[in-house]
Design a protein around this ligand. Structure first.
Ligand code: SF4
Ligand code: SF4
Length: 204
């Protein structure tokens, strides 16, 4: 798995959820399929009058989520940016050519009320719940830092084995100290919950 394959899988999913935060701090999610994919970026269309557009123009922060029929969750965290004015028409026409249903929504020149945003820097989380043990990994496109998440075991570990017994994915190795296989971890927190000496810490 890699970032390019994640983008291909999102293209296969077709309709993605785009989340922003509105001016009152409330989450706002909408489904979008007016998307063009490149191997290392994606372009999407919305209308300039929509709150979605306003929220994106304010700070660009957006999360994009797709879920495949094979139980794969793919999430992009990014800052979208509007395509340059002189390139807007090219990308609007590209997206309308690839998604003919858009002509039904915006016939003729009414498509020009649209605006195309580009996602070229993003952190990508891939999470496959359809395999055993589960598999997760993070990738990036463009210039972004990958945020580490989950749990880790510190030197305080006394090797009692309670975390191993209670881990639903059996992804803790009996080393010194015990070690979590991060790519198979659910981030459920059960190991932290049962550890008698607080040797497990949450990664932030
Ligand atoms: S429960 Fe805590 S002390 Fe026991 S093996 Fe796991 S991490 Fe180590
Ligand atoms: S967070 Fe959950 S899945 Fe991950 S190691 Fe701890 S118990 Fe196992």
């Amino acid at each position: 798995m890699n970032a390019e394959l994640c983008l291909k899988k999102l293209q296969y999913v077709g309709v993605l959820a785009f989340a922003t935060v509105d001016e009152y701090g409330n989450p706002q999610i909408r489904n979008i399929s007016a998307i063009h994919y490149e191997p290392d970026s994606m372009y999407f269309f919305t209308a300039r009058g929509k709150n979605f557009c306003k929220e994106l123009l304010e700070n660009g922060r957006v999360q994009v989520l797709g879920y495949t029929k094979y139980k794969e969750m793919i999430r992009l965290s990014s800052k979208a940016e509007p395509v340059a004015d002189e390139e807007q028409k090219k990308w609007i026409d590209t997206i309308f050519r690839e998604q003919p249903y858009l002509d039904n929504l915006y016939p003729g020149d009414t498509r020009n009320i649209g605006i195309v945003f580009k996602i070229r820097n993003a952190e990508i989380e891939y999470f496959n719940l359809g395999v055993n043990p589960i598999f997760r990994e993070s990738y990036s496109i463009g210039d972004v830092h990958i945020t580490k998440k989950g749990y880790s075991i510190t030197d305080k570990c006394i090797g009692c084995g309670k975390c191993v017994e209670n881990c639903p994915q059996h992804c803790i190795e009996k080393e010194k100290p015990f070690k979590i296989q991060q790519e198979h971890c659910l981030h459920c927190g059960n190991c932290l919950n049962v550890c008698p000496v607080s040797a497990v810490k949450k990664i932030n």
